[in-house]
Design a protein around this ligand. Structure first.
Ligand SMILES: Cc1ncc(COP(=O)(O)O)c(C=O)c1O
Length: 370
C-alpha cells in the first residue's frame, strides 16, 4: 500500500533550513563533539578508526551499556538503530500485518499511524485530554485497544503535550495490554528531559508485553548522530534485527562509537542536566509570552521536553496560521493538525535565550493580528 506523506517531517525538511527562526524543533539545542570530548570521548583514537561496517545490531559494547539502563535487560534484547524513528519502524515492520489492529494515543508524534496504515493495519486512536492533565480518555482507550489489537503506541513523556503519565495511568495501560494481548510500544525518547519534576518512569519491566524505544535525539541533545534503540523481549528484538538486515543493515560506525560515550551513566546524567538547565531558563520566558496574550492563547506547561503546545481561540485552521507565520516572519512552527490536535500550535523551547525571544516575538506579531 502506498505510504501517506508524513506531514510534519516533510514540512520541517522543506523549511527548517530556509527560515530565519526554526521554532518547529522538539529537542534542546544540540551538543557538539567538543562537549563529548570533555566527557571522555577519545578524538585521537576516533581519527584512526577504519571506516568499515559496524555490527549491524549495534556493537556488543554499546548494547551492553544500553541494556544497563533497563533493569533486567541483556545485550541480546537490544537492537541499535538509526534513530528512534527507525526503531519504531522496525517494530511496525516486524509486528504488523494487514488487518491487524493498531492503537495510538493522540496527540502524538505521527510517524506510526502512517507506517501502520501502509502495512494495512486498522489504526484507532484514543485522546489524551487536557482537562484531566493529558490523561488518556479511558473509554476511548478501551474501544481502541481490543483483542484485535497487535500494537499500542504511545510516547512518554509525550510529544507534543510535554506531559508525563502518572503511575496509575501507566499501570492501567499495561493492564489493558495484558488483558487484550497487545504489545505496548513505549517511545521514551524524551525521558530525561524533565523540567521540574522527578525522572519519568520507564514502562520497561512492568510486563512482558512491553517494548521500549528511545535514542539520543531529545533528552540527550544529540540528534545528528542518528542513534536509537529497541529494548524488547528477545524474540521480538530478533524479529526487528531481521528487518534491519534488509533495511539499512545497521547503524553508522562513527555514531555507534559516539553513543558508547554518551550512554555511560555519568555522561547521560550530564546530558540530561544540560537539557534541564536550558529548559528551566527558557520556560519562564515562554510563560511570560503566553501570559501577554491575556487568555487568548493558553497552555498546560510542559513537564518535559523542549516543546510548548498552545491552544488558540477562533476557528482558523492551524496549518493556515503556521503558514502565515512562516511566510511573513520567516519562522517555522508546527501546526496542531500535524500532531493530531487541531486548534493548537507547537513551538520550540530549546534554543538560546536570544533565539527564543526573537522567535516568540515573530510568532506573537502574527498571532496578535488574528
Ligand atoms: C516521540 C518521538 N519519537 C521519535 C522521534 C524521532 O526521533 P529520532 O530523531 O531519534 O529518529 C521523535 C522526533 O520528534 C519523537 O518526537
Amino acid at each position: 500500500m502506498p505510504i501517506e506523506l508524513f506531514a510534519m517531517e516533510r514540512m520541517q525538511s522543506t523549511w527548517e533550513n530556509v527560515v530565519d527562526y526554526d521554532m518547529s524543533e522538539s529537542g534542546v539545542r544540540p551538543l557538539t563533539l567538543r562537549e563529548l570530548v570533555a566527557m571522555g570521548f577519545d578524538l585521537e583514537e576516533f581519527l584512526d578508526q577504519p571506516l568499515g561496517y559496524s555490527q549491524s545490531n549495534g556493537t556488543i559494547e554499546l548494547r551492553q551499556r544500553i541494556a544497563a539502563l533497563y533493569p533486567g535487560a541483556s545485550a541480546d534484547q537490544v537492537e541499535v538503530t538509526n534513530g528512534t524513528s527507525e526503531a519504531n519502524y522496525l517494530i511496525a515492520l516486524s509486528q504488523l500485518r494487514s488487518g491487524d489492529g493498531f492503537a495510538m494515543e493522540a496527540p502524538n508524534y505521527m510517524q506510526m499511524p502512517g507506517v501502520a496504515r501502509s502495512l494495512g493495519a486498522d489504526v484507532r486512536t484514543f485522546r489524551l485530554r487536557q482537562d484531566t492533565g493529558w490523561e488518556p480518555d479511558w473509554d476511548e482507550l478501551e474501544r481502541a485497544v481490543t483483542p484485535h489489537t497487535q500494537l499500542l503506541y504511545l510516547s512518554n513523556p509525550n510529544n507534543p503535550t510535554g506531559s508525563v503519565l502518572s503511575d496509575e495511568a501507566m499501570a492501567r495501560i499495561v493492564k489493558r495490554c495484558e488483558a487484550t494481548g497487545a504489545w505496548l510500544l513505549s517511545d521514551e525518547v524524551y525521558l530525561g528531559a524533565e523540567i521540574d519534576r522527578p525522572r519519568t518512569k520507564t514502562f520497561w519491566g512492568m510486563s512482558d508485553r512491553v517494548i521500549v524505544t528511545s535514542g539520543l535525539s531529545k533528552a540527550y541533545g544529540i540528534p545528528g548522530v542518528r542513534i536509537g534503540w529497541i529494548v524488547a523481549p528477545k524474540g521480538l528484538t530478533e524479529a526487528c534485527w531481521t528487518q534491519h538486515d534488509y533495511l539499512t543493515i545497521g547503524p553508522n560506525k562513527m555514531s555507534d562509537r559516539i553513543a558508547r560515550v554518551a550512554v555511560m551513566k555519568k555522561n547521560r546524567e550530564k546530558c540530561y542536566a544540560r537539557t534541564r538547565k536550558i529548559l528551566k531558563q527558557n520556560l519562564p520566558i515562554a510563560r511570560e509570552w503566553v501570559e501577554s496574550f491575556g487568555g487568548r492563547l493558553t497552555w498546560r506547561e510542559p513537564e518535559a521536553g523542549a516543546i510548548g503546545l498552545l491552544k488558540y481561540s477562533g476557528g482558523t485552521p492551524s496549518v493556515e496560521i503556521a503558514e502565515r507565520i512562516r511566510a511573513k516572519q520567516s519562522t517555522l512552527i508546527v501546526p496542531g493538525s500535524h500532531v493530531g490536535l487541531e486548534g493548537h500550535l507547537r513551538i520550540w523551547l530549546g534554543g538560546t535565550e536570544e533565539f527564543l525571544r526573537e522567535g516568540l516575538r515573530r510568532i506573537g506579531k502574527e498571532l496578535k493580528q488574528l
